[in-house]
Design a protein around this ligand. Sequence first.
Ligand code: DO4
Ligand code: MG
Length: 284
Amino acid sequence: MKVYRTDKGLFVESEGNCYRIPLDSWDALVTHDDLHGLLHSVVAKGEHAAGIALATSGVTLLAPIESQEVWAAGVTYYRSRNARMEESKTAGGGSFYDRVYAAERPELFFKATPHRVVGPGGNVRIRRDANWSVPEPELTLLVNPGGEIIGYTVGNDMSSRDIEAENPLYLPQAKVYDGSCALGPCVLITPEPLPVSTKIHLEILRGEAVEFSGSTSLKELKRDPRSLVEFLFRDNSFPRGAFLMTGTGVVPPDAFTLQSGDRIRITIDAIGTLENVVIQGFQA
Ligand code: DO4
Ligand code: MG
């Protein structure tokens, strides 16, 4: 079942109908000790929101986050390993991306606090001091305080590749800034892992033209999401749960950089499409 955070409260969607969830916050949903039971009983009671899809019901979808930290895994796809090795050659990074790709311990980094995250339709940002910026389309796990993966959403790990390429110690600046992360449009709540055939598709539109499109699938994800969560939760507590982005397997060619006005569309099977518009710096 898909859950949505909106300006009119929380909703669960089942077979095209939306039902209001009787919780007063997203944090209460993430920390609920029987979320599946709750959602099933909400749907069974059938108090749906006029029986229409949320998209056409006049509510505004919000980013599905309240107090959760957002973390990210890196170099979990061969495509990202190669792109990072190439970009960091002159900074002496020729071998450590290769090593982290093969190592038992994954690369995990802090990605965003809630106020840096934008929701569906919001503006993601490229840094004013970056000249090579890309979106990274990533399956993103929603994990409860007990370390269980309770759902999946679409994530965009916006990245300033020239900054991380100059020196890997600049990674936090390349990755963490206002508008550097997008999540949504919903969270697919399921106790089951997603099938490895699940496709992740990225499309970047400039005006009417498709400037870049590319796809991958979870078959290419080198690490088991549960093992990424296990490493994240080692000696770390998340009283309101956490999001964990699982890395990118789609990297545009090196000549590509985002521009203000570009529209980024990321679609993951069974979850949906997250669409955002790019702005640079702090223009309205
Ligand atoms: O190590 C740099 C970042 C890697 C990353 O964000 C990714 O592979 O998705
Ligand atoms: Mg990434």
